[in-house]
Design a protein around this ligand. Structure first.
Ligand code: SAH
Length: 353
């Protein structure tokens, strides 16, 4: 059996026995690479449902947001629509259809590593160009970049305050089971000054991978102009504690139970990411709740228009709208972070318009 076929849990066990505990970031990164490479996890028959799969309104409003800011910035061409982790391509399809009515007909670039999802995206948006990462996306002309539930799938690192000070949380073995242990090297230097004396057991979770994506996107916005929307779940402020979770079959499962067979995610620390973007000369348009943002973009009016066209779907459309914006559903937990070039206008929905 080659490593590609062996259960990832067995590969991790062998690695840990041979070389010692591995970092949580390695465990999560390799688990998700394996998880996404072979299957389409989205939708009722998959493991989880995302906003664009709930209703076409989500992608449409994102498309209109992109068209609006691009038009007000002067309609520069060539213009690129870039999506990170586009899933089934549903968001892009809805966004591009809505935006085309306003003359926004960009070149489409998908950053996607999963072969299984690329096949589906190819059916949805055959004209797209695929990239393994942002580095090969053209540098000429503004980009309108969208990433929905992408950052939460990137690996996190956790530091924990133990009896002897701060250490990285590592993954080790207890018999056949994966368990957390504290790493051997002191990590005081990696902890902000006001966290150093935190009480024992405090966990500081960071995502160097998410920071690095936002750093690169912000650099692109500064150099070639454009705007970006990052949509994900996360708290309004940086918080202590682990938010690592695993989902399979619409149920929360133990992240250590079957690596590579559940979606591992962590909450996105938007406050840190906004600072990263600003450090690279991008403008932080704001970070607001998904409910607030979609209402500002007119989701209620859009829902009414859809109901008028298809009255027999009144209940279904109303339920989908509520799922996206209600406080006790996705409305409050999910946030939308907007970024733009310093000399671009402010985008709709972030408070100033
Ligand atoms: N945006 C889609 C899918 C979200 S699932 C939606 O809202 O429905 C996460 C997506 O990110 C998948 O397309 C997955 O294959 C992709 N992905 C995860 N890790 C990635 C990585 N490191 N590089 C590129 N794509 C990645």
């Amino acid at each position: 059996m080659s490593d590609d076929d062996a259960p990832l849990g067995d590969i991790f066990r062998r690695l840990i026995r041979n070389t010692g505990p591995i970092s949580l970031a390695q465990f999560m990164g390799e688990s998700n690479a394996r998880y996404y490479s072979g299957k389409d996890p989205l939708g009722a028959t998959g493991d989880f449902v995302t906003a664009p799969e709930i209703s076409q309104m989500f992608g449409e409003l994102i498309g209109l947001w992109c068209a609006d800011i691009w038009i007000r910035a002067g309609r520069e061409e060539p213009v690129h629509y870039v999506e990170l982790g586009p899933g089934r391509g549903t968001l892009a399809k809805d966004a591009l259809r809505a935006a085309a009515r306003y003359g926004f007909e960009p070149r489409v670039h998908f950053v996607e590593t999963s072969g299984a999802l690329k096949d589906i995206q190819l059916e949805t948006i055959p004209e797209a160009i695929w990239h393994d990462d942002l580095s090969s996306v053209p540098v000429e002309g503004p980009i309108l970049l969208v990433a929905n539930e992408f950052l939460d799938a990137l690996p996190v690192r956790q530091l924990v305050r133990g009896a002897e000070g701060w250490r990285e949380r590592m993954v080790a073995l207890d018999g056949e089971d994966f368990v957390f242990v504290a790493g051997s090297q002191p990590m005081e230097g990696a902890v902000p000054a006001d966290w150093r004396e935190a009480q024992q057991g405090t966990i500081l979770e960071t995502s160097p991978a998410a920071s690095s994506v936002v750093y690169e996107v912000a650099g692109r916005l500064a150099d070639q102009r454009g705007a970006a929307l990052f949509i994900d779940y996360g708290p309004p402020e940086t918080r202590a504690g682990s938010t690592l979770q695993a989902v399979a079959n619409h149920q929360k499962v133990d992240p250590f139970a079957a690596p590579g067979r559940a979606d591992l995610t962590a909450h996105v620390d938007f406050a840190t990411l906004a600072r990263v973007a600003v450090s690279r000369e991008a403008k932080h348009l704001g970070t607001v709740t998904q409910g607030e943002w979609l209402r500002a973009l007119g989701i209620e009016t859009r829902a009414e228009a859809l109901i008028k066209r298809a009255p027999h779907l009144r209940e279904e459309i109303g339920l989908a709208r509520d799922r996206l914006i209600a406080d006790d559903q996705m409305g409050l937990l999910f946030k939308v972070m907007g970024l733009a070039s310093a000399d671009w206008p402010d985008g709709v929905g972030f408070g100033e318009n």
